[in-house]
Design a protein around this ligand. Structure first.
Ligand code: ZN
Ligand code: ZN
Length: 126
């Protein structure tokens, strides 16, 4: 019974993360998942996110004082708007090796890059 409830919470978290592309913080995710699982605690959410990250199912994006989460666990480059703070997917890589100055340094299993600028919505206002 306890295990059943656990996987239900985990499924709800993964479903929510995979259905959105705005790289929510744990708190934003918590508010959305609570609409499906009203008795979800913040501690449970954090525990599930850590487990999902360890299993390679979600990506944790360090974003200053808080972390953001991504249901797309394939390595890809993020773009952060310095005005609204939104994090977008900038580009994805298909190769699993990366080249620096004509020299392959090894097999890259994961990497995280962040580009900074103003997104097209904010850029129009200024
Ligand atoms: Zn913006
Ligand atoms: Zn992303």
């Amino acid at each position: 019974m306890a295990i059943e409830r656990k996987s239900k919470q985990r499924d709800a978290i993964i479903n929510e993360l995979c259905s959105r592309y705005d790289h929510p913080t744990a708190m934003e995710l918590y508010l959305s998942v609570r609409e499906v699982i009203p008795n979800l605690s913040l501690g449970t959410l954090y525990r599930n996110l850590s487990q999902l990250e360890e299993n390679g199912m979600v990506l944790r994006i360090p974003d200053g004082s808080t972390d953001r989460f991504d249901g797309n666990a394939h390595p890809h480059v993020h773009f952060k708007c310095s005005i609204c703070g939104k994090v977008y997917d900038l580009m994805s890589f298909k190769n699993d090796s990366i080249t620096f100055s004509d020299e392959i340094i090894g097999k890259v299993n994961n990497y995280s890059l962040m580009a900074f600028g103003e997104c097209k919505h904010c850029n129009q206002i200024n």
